[in-house]
Design a protein around this ligand. Structure first.
Ligand code: ZN
Ligand code: ZN
Length: 150
């Protein structure tokens, strides 16, 4: 079952899968610098600190500058925990790609959702698709495996 609502950005009629889906078309989502919609990973529980029932889910964004555009043109982009590695070609005439230690900002991993308690302001973070986050020094990540309790 779908529900029909106007896009909050441009007014275009949208057909949404559910009422908790953001009422923003794909174009307005991109213009707003929001991450693509994903269901919340946080269960609908009260605040872990104070027990308040109202929690604000925030798709985290950060300020950025668009490269190849006018100088100092500021935009917003989704916040991620890390990025893929950029690749380059082995040689000028080679089709063989080699990874570089440079971040590929178009390929983020672990887009961040913050869940803010409406009463005390306590914030819980959740990264989307945590199983896909790459591990390694060039990603700024390390895998820590908890020891079993003795
Ligand atoms: Zn729109
Ligand atoms: Zn709270």
């Amino acid at each position: 079952m779908t529900t029909s609502v106007p896009c909050e950005g441009c007014g275009t009629s949208l057909s949404l899968p559910s009422a908790d889906h953001p009422a923003l078309c794909e174009d307005c989502t991109r213009k707003a610098g929001l991450p693509p919609f994903a269901p919340s990973q946080r269960p609908a529980l009260p605040c872990a600190r104070c027990g308040h029932a109202e929690i604000v889910r925030v798709r985290m964004r950060e300020r950025t500058v668009v490269t190849g555009q006018q100088a100092n043109e500021e935009r917003v982009a989704p916040v991620a925990v890390t990025f893929d590695r950029a690749v380059t070609y082995k040689g000028f005439f080679s089709k063989e790609q080699v990874p570089m230690p440079v971040a590929e900002t178009d390929k983020p991993f672990g887009l961040l959702d913050a869940h803010v308690c409406r009463a005390c302001g306590f914030v819980e973070w959740y990264a989307q698709e945590p199983e896909a986050i790459p591990i390694g020094a060039v990603y700024g990540t390390a895998l820590v495996v908890a020891k079993p309790k003795s």
